[in-house]
Write a protein that binds this ligand. Structure first.
Ligand code: NAP
Length: 538
């Protein structure tokens, strides 16, 4: 008979991660009386907003929808200073939430979880940390984030470089001085764009190494005062319902008619309006056939290309910066503030890695196939092993000692991104095959997932159920539905982290469910309302 591991500390639930979803999970599970411990690798709360403290880090969602909805007191107390707050404000907000709801006392910081093993005899999880502590819990909830495992590119010579190398997602807390420095930045995704436009004016010289150009939309940021906040607070009751029903968890949704159904003059007018909104509405609040109709997508892409090209002085640089090989919106659209104008500066050079790939990092800089570039500092804005990276870094073993990371090498499997067959009493947020994985204003989807998991645990406990596990049939059905919806869109045709194709050797699969936040929620709610059919409860 299996026994509780010697010296293990026992809990009803262990939550891994104290970012947006981990904090809320902890709040919800404690609310229903569970003895919960959250384990966090960082020294404080915040997740993404703790780690990504690189220069220029700022949220791309409007603050009035990028927040928690569970407490009216919190909504009334907290004032957002800007439409798109920076990392420091987001970190302050999450720290405020942790203190306001006394969550910190249930979080063990500076602790990395290394393994989680399901004990079939006892129906419990044994969770072990990097330093050998062991925890015993009925429920293991992984709030480890979908964009949290930094990707260090396999470029040779990194150990030879004499200057510092920073990954944007492991940026130091102390100030980095760029003055008099020749800086190199690899990567031009949402992160790279923010760093590039922020560092260029501060350094002696900047070389940007670009593998794939991005379509970015100008961010129109504004300061908020007391009057703005009063107006938002009046709308909060409506907003907190609305975000759960839209395509991507924002307060805006697609326009009514498709691009194909709209006449040319009206199309232009709508596109100009969306562009001038200065938000992600240009992407996920515009024409829905952007994602499904190649001809419509190409027309919208042309509109965006012209906007970008008009801002770049040198036509040769513009040829490199303006995307031409894939459609607008088929990879994550970043917002920017003067990004394209950055390349008009005399101290900025662009290296197109399509034409001259990096051969190696040297002691003094980077050698491409055509030239050697001297650098004092290198910044890797090279992204993440998204969707599965954080979970796969932990040795998770379910029934029959089956390893999740090994199984996922043959194809990721989840039931709605919330649970996994073969792993009873294990729950995930922001895992693959839910909108939360990519196509969502993250806090909207994370709160919906946390509420759903918390409701399921409450349901099971109220009926004396010890273990909950999705059946293979339910999981197969969900994956088939996910794949079918994905195949109706243009997204799988483009190489990006949405497909996992940024990681060498990763099997391409659309990570995010793309049927829409509203449609996903409806399916989750139907399962709940009908007593969770497709879940084995024992
Ligand atoms: P990313 O979108 O994956 O971009 C990584 C960049 O590094 C890409 O340009 C990629 O090129 C390049 N790269 C990777 N490996 C490389 C290599 N070996 N050689 C050369 N270039 C390489 O990652 P990210 O910019 O960190 O953004 C990830 C996601 O985080 C975003 O899409 C967004 O969802 C979120 N995010 C949000 C915000 C915000 O809200 N403001 C800000 C930052 C990030 P390829 O494109 O060719 O792969």
């Amino acid at each position: 008979m299996a026994v509780r591991p010697h010296s293990a500390r026992t809990y009803d639930a262990v939550v891994v991660g104290a970012g947006i979803s981990g904090l809320y999970m902890l709040y919800r599970l404690r609310e229903q009386g569970l003895n919960v411990l959250a384990i966090e690798a960082a020294t404080s709360v915040g997740g993404t907003w703790y780690w990504n403290r690189y220069p220029g880090a700022r949220v791309d969602s409007q603050s009035h929808v990028y927040q928690y909805w569970f407490s009216d007191d919190l909504l009334n107390e907290w004032s957002w200073p800007e439409r798109f707050p920076d990392q420091a404000v987001m970190e302050q907000y999450l720290n405020h939430v942790a203190d306001r709801f006394d969550l910190r006392s249930a979080i063990q910081f500076d602790t990395r979880v290394r393994s989680a093993r399901y004990d079939e005899t006892r129906g419990r999880w044994t969770i072990a940390t990097a330093v050998g502590e062991v925890f015993d819990a009925q429920y293991a909830v992984f709030c480890t984030g979908g964009i949290s495992a930094p990707l260090i590119p396999p470029i040779p010579g990194q150990d030879k470089f004499r200057g510092p190398i920073f990954h944007t997602a492991r940026w130091p807390k102390s100030e980095v001085d760029f003055s008099d420095k020749r800086v190199g930045i690899i990567g031009t995704g949402a992160t790279g764009i923010q760093v590039i436009q922020s560092v260029a004016p501060q350094c002696a010289h900047l070389t940007v190494f670009q593998r794939t150009p991005n379509y970015a939309v100008p961010m129109r940021n504004t300061r908020y005062g007391a009057e703005d906040m009063a107006q938002f607070r009046a709308r909060y009751p409506e907003l907190k319902k609305r975000v759960h029903g839209t395509f991507a968890g924002f307060d805006y949704d697609f326009v009514e008619k498709t691009f194909a159904e709209t006449d040319p003059a009206e199309r232009e007018q709508i596109l100009e309006r969306l562009w001038n909104d200065g938000s992600l509405a240009m992407w996920i609040g515009g024409f829905r056939d952007l994602f499904t109709d190649a001809a419509a997508n190409e027309e919208i892409s042309k509109f965006v290309r012209a906007k970008i090209r008009a801002r770049i002085h040198d036509p040769e640089v513009a040829d490199k910066l303006v995307p031409s090989r894939y459609g607008f919106g088929t990879r994550r659209v970043p917002l920017e503030n003067g990004y394209y104008e950055t390349f008009n500066r005399a101290n900025v050079a662009l290296v197109d890695l399509g034409a001259e790939p990096i051969k190696t990092i040297t002691a003094d800089g980077i050698r491409t196939s055509l030239q050697e570039i001297s650098l004092d500092m290198l910044i890797l804005a090279t992204g993440f092993d998204t969707g599965t990276g954080a979970l796969s870094a932990i040795d998770v073993r379910g029934r029959g000692d089956v390893s999740m990371r090994e199984s996922w090498k043959n194809g990721i499997r989840t039931t709605m991104g919330l649970t996994v067959h073969g792993y009873p009493n294990l729950f995930t947020t922001m895992a693959p095959f839910a909108p939360a994985a990519a196509f969502c204003n993250v806090p909207t989807c994370l709160q919906q997932q946390v509420d759903w998991i918390s409701d399921l645990i409450r349901y099971a406990r109220s009926r004396g159920v010890a273990t909950i596990e999705p059946t293979r049939e339910l999981e197969d059905r969900w994956i088939a539905h996910h794949d079918e919806v994905a195949s109706m869109t243009l997204i799988p045709r483009t190489r990006s982290w949405y497909m996992g194709s940024n990681v060498e050797g990763k099997r391409p699969q659309l990570l995010s469910y793309i049927g829409g936040v509203g449609a996903y929620r409806k399916q989750c709610e139907e399962l709940k309302a009908s007593g969770y059919p497709g879940f084995a409860m024992a």
